[in-house]
Design a protein around this ligand. Sequence first.
Ligand SMILES: *[C@@H]1O[C@H](CO)[C@@H](O)[C@H](O)[C@H]1NC(C)=O
Ligand SMILES: *[C@@H]1O[C@H](CO)[C@@H](O)[C@H](O)[C@H]1NC(C)=O
Ligand SMILES: CC(=O)N[C@H]1CO[C@H](CO)[C@@H](O)[C@@H]1O
Length: 552
Amino acid sequence: MEAKHVIVFSALIFSLFIGGETVTTGNWELLKESIGISAMHTQLLPNDRVIMFDRVDFGQSNISLPEERCRKLADGRIDCSAHSVELNLLNQDVRPLTVLTDTWCSSGSLASDGMLIQSGGSNDGEHAVRTFRPCADCDWVEDQKGLVVPRWYASNQILPNGKVIVVGGRGQFNYEFIPKSSLQSDFKVFELPFLKETSDAVENNLYPFTHLTPDGNLFIFANTKSILFDYISNRVVRDDYPVMPGGVSRNYPSTGSSVLLPLKLGLINSIIGTPDAEVFICGGAPPNSYITAIKGTFLSAAKSCGRLVITAAQPRWQMEEMPIERVMGDMLLLPTGDVLIINGAKKGSAGWYLGKEPVLNPVLYQPESSKYEIMEASKTPRMYHSTAILITDGRVLVGGSNPNKNYNFTEQFPTELSVEVFSPPYLSSGPRPQIGWVKTGTELSYKQPISIGFTSEKNGDASLFGKLFKNKNGELENVSVTLVAPSFNTHSFSMNQRMMVLEVNQVRELSSKSYVIDCFAPATPNIAPPGYYLLFVIHNGIPSKGTWIHIS
Ligand SMILES: *[C@@H]1O[C@H](CO)[C@@H](O)[C@H](O)[C@H]1NC(C)=O
Ligand SMILES: *[C@@H]1O[C@H](CO)[C@@H](O)[C@H](O)[C@H]1NC(C)=O
Ligand SMILES: CC(=O)N[C@H]1CO[C@H](CO)[C@@H](O)[C@@H]1O
């Protein structure tokens, strides 16, 4: 394994410098010079609007609140600027939104009905639960007592029953559920000693990585350790996962990132619903990186990544290396099942002024072959408080970066108000498949058979996953259908991010360039919690644009 890896990697280095020229793929485009705020928290909504917000307590942003709406700050100052915006991806319009209380380092989830539900923060916002309904002129609605305890740097996960679990936060070794209903248990705070056990001198376990597993339990990773947790009966189901090797801390402030690799739903799974689940964690920093950075020494970030099959009888970390070290990197699942590692720095840690040497090149990871490929560089450092999300058309939206205590446009790493889009190489490999229709409509139920009509040129290489079929000329082609949940991204972690590779029954070529694919919706809400997903058809490695579907 090791040896093969070295060969792949040196071949990569070699190919990058042919004729003295650097050849990289993927490309960047500036979408908007300024959205008026710094995109510290980002969520895509099913109406193709993106909600972004920073924090309300660090001065005037560059966009005003409408109707001369102003907020009085705790110290008596008046702020008439917005700290949240809606970016319309269809026309790039920016609409200022009103958050009243401090959203700094908070968390969120897209609820089953498409409403953004967001929790916690700092100062006057630490108990708040805020909701945003997607509509043309909707704004935030705040419940300033929506949480039982204050939560700052917590993680959220949408659950099979449609509720959201909010895990941890600074000094909070517990969890609770939102939104509150009349249920008694909604107002209970449940202890989670694991969060205390994994905390160290600088709390390298904030924003714990939480992933809903196909058996309905919650996998929680914090710092170097992990558990499988039954949040209903408040019971640790598995504590036999090995410590992640490498002496690296992976959560805030030694911020790395984590994804649940695509869940492959096979024939049996459409009936009983338990595919294997594998977690992939990359980057981070030595445990003392934060402390040493405060004292002026910026330690190298981690190069290592680890994969753990969390459903295995005897799970073991499979350790790998990225071509570039990275702290505060984001990991995003792309429609093809590849993972994009983007944003962040080579040295230091999360926190104000504590990152150095931005990593401008994203890295594309292919889980099937463990291959890492360096992508074209951005011109904009995206340091602490930067974000990245997959958007409907298959590109990646990148924004934010503000490692400063306030808005500062003259610092070495200034407050970034711009948003860019990164196009992975699959967008320059020829014409894309186009989804024509989804026979069942876009409202799906579990296990439901789905037929999708699409047109496509035969191009690209057959990808490593997907259904192989023979076209009319007898040639083999590969088609797959993936569902991607729109995630809430902040502090290098995409909460609720997950992808399902649907079980394909058959692919038919109707006429030249016209196909029908028959597949099945995920079997259970444990595999795919109810809600909105982007559906992509991938033909020979090239994804279509996403089509919104809703499962309930
Ligand atoms: C934001 O506003 C400040 C103050 O008006 C200005 O100096 C700065 O150039 C603006 N930044 C951007 C990116 O628009
Ligand atoms: C911005 O940063 C520079 C450099 O550190 C500093 O001199 C300046 O006072 C800061 N401006 C504000 C408004 O904080
Ligand atoms: C050529 C190729 O990539 N084929 C793949 C198509 O998808 C199947 C899975 O359904 C893989 O096993 C093949 O390797």
